[in-house]
Design a protein around this ligand. Structure first.
Ligand SMILES: [Zn+2]
Length: 248
């Protein structure tokens, strides 16, 4: 693994146009359980029922009770971990250009990254369905469910529900970034779900190197990644940043 960290350090240090694609795996060390996979929330509740926009519009109280209340509690408390901080450091060093994320926890921005494309929106914000007022999720009062704005309208999180479209400008921007970067760093995602899945493929086809950081091999590893560094993202990214700083 040390060899691979050195290799990643060399590759990244010589680039000024790196894009990171991140998923649930990067936030696990911040105490946020993944939605998909073993132990994930979607094993306990059916997303097509409880995370669907139609259900939310019909029964917002039910969705707040079953899903959003717990999400708020977990995300309110979560802090960026070493992986988020390391990516923010890479931006400061002028190496990382942007982060494309499937997460809604807002931890990349909290860590200090300024250019973050959130495919699925950001749970840190709520919007009133009546007057469109936006407020921070932490500030929302949950003594009544569903929570309401002072105008009486119901709050919804600023993230994308099942049955809703990913904002087209996010897609366009991500495609541009993927097709022009020289390295794509894939962290904490097996990139099985579209549109994220297409980004590394697109980067690769445009000549970029793909460096994967995941706890175990994924379907991408063999077909798309140039190499994979296996293990905890926080530890690996910190080590890579240290390596880069020695070289600069
Ligand atoms: Zn309102």
């Amino acid at each position: 693994m040390d060899e691979l960290i050195k290799r990643a350090g060399r590759d990244l240090a010589s680039s000024k146009n790196v894009v990171a694609l991140t998923g649930a795996g990067i936030s696990v060390e911040s105490g946020i359980p993944p939605f998909r996979g073993k132990g994930g929330i979607w094993e306990k509740i059916d997303p097509m029922e409880f995370a669907h926009i139609d259900t939310f519009m019909k029964e917002p109280g039910k969705v707040w009770n079953v899903l959003l209340k717990d999400m708020k509690e977990i995300i309110d408390k979560a802090k960026p971990n070493d992986a988020h901080k390391g990516l923010a450091e890479l931006e400061k060093l002028g190496i990382l250009k942007a982060v494309i994320t499937q997460n809604v926890d807002g931890l990349h921005q909290k860590a200090g990254n300024r250019d973050v494309i959130e495919f699925h929106g950001n749970f840190a914000w709520q919007r009133c369905l009546e007057c469109n007022k936006v407020c921070e999720t932490r500030e929302i009062d949950l003594t009544q469910i569903p929570p309401r704005c002072e105008c009486g309208g119901i709050y919804r999180p600023e993230c994308v529900f099942f049955g809703e479209m990913i904002p087209p400008h996010h897609l366009i921007r991500s495609r541009d970034l993927a097709s022009t970067c020289d390295i794509m760093l894939v962290v904490g995602t097996s990139a099985l779900v579209q549109p994220a899945a297409y980004m590394p493929v697109m980067a690769k086809q445009s000549g970029a190197k793909i460096i994967e950081i995941n706890p175990e091999k994924t379907p991408m590893t063999k077909s798309v990644s140039d190499y994979i560094i296996m293990g905890q993202a926080g530890r690996i990214i910190s080590a890579i940043v240290k390596e880069i700083k020695q070289q600069l």
